[in-house]
Structure formats: structure tokens, C-alpha cells
Design a protein around this ligand. Sequence first.
Ligand code: FES
Length: 157
Amino acid sequence: MLVYEKNALSEEIELLVEKYGVDRSSLLQILQDVQRKHNHISDFAQQEIARLLSIHPVEVNSVISFYSFLHSQPQGRNSIKLCQTISCDMAGKQKIEDALTRELGISFGETTKDKKYTLEHTNCMGMCDQGPAMLINDKVFTRLDPEKAVNILKEVE
Ligand code: FES
């Protein structure tokens, strides 16, 4: 089974390389497609992409680390991104962070065991006058306090 999955993923990446071209400038598009389909870019996928583009796996990994929308670990169904930029920080971001980590039992950068939530930081979303702010999937929540943030979490499926 594992061998089949590896081959299927290899074939998929080969098709993406054919589609976008055997060039390091194709890397980001290939990564985005793999991320979209698999919710993360596994070590094996990274090695295959590097091999097929004739680049070093470290280069693939550094691109994944650079972009916050790319992940090397499986993500939860709901992505919770708390703004960490200065206005939200001054408006009480730390209290929200503490409430979210306490409620979910995970740290930022982690995913709950049931794969329901992934907690991350993000930078300014342009809601600085309404902080602290967080993004859950594509929806922005503002003027948070710890209780409000936890209640919002409970409403997410
Ligand atoms: S500083 Fe948080 S939205 Fe701008």
C-alpha cells in the first residue's frame, strides 16, 4: 500500500513538472498544487520535486518554510491564524493566544490530534484598528477577547 501511494504521488508530481516545466521557476506552482491537493507537502513529495527539477531538497524545503501558506506537516481542517503584528499585539494578542492554546491543548504551529484545528500566527491583515484579530480559514474575526475567541472556536465545524 505504501509503495502504491509513493508511486501515485511520484506520478502526480511528474505530471505537474510536465505541466509547469523542468525549471526551478516552476517550483512554487508545483508546491502550491501539491499543497492544495494533499493539505501539506510531505518529505517524500519534497524529495521527488527536488529530484525531478534537479535541485537540492534543501531548496524545496526553504521555499516551503518561507511561505506561510505552504506546510510540510499535515494541517487541520480549520486554519486559525492569529495576527502577531504590533497593533494587535498591543491590543491584547497575548491573552487571545493564551486562551486558544489553553482551549485546544496545543501550541502555535501545531495541529490538534483530531486534525480539526491548526494554530498559527500571521502578520497584519489590515484590521489593525479592530484588533486583536484572527483569521479562521477565509473569515476574519476582530475585537477579540479571550472568551469571544474561544466561543468562535466552538462554532467552527
Ligand atoms: S496589526 Fe493585526 S491586523 Fe494589523
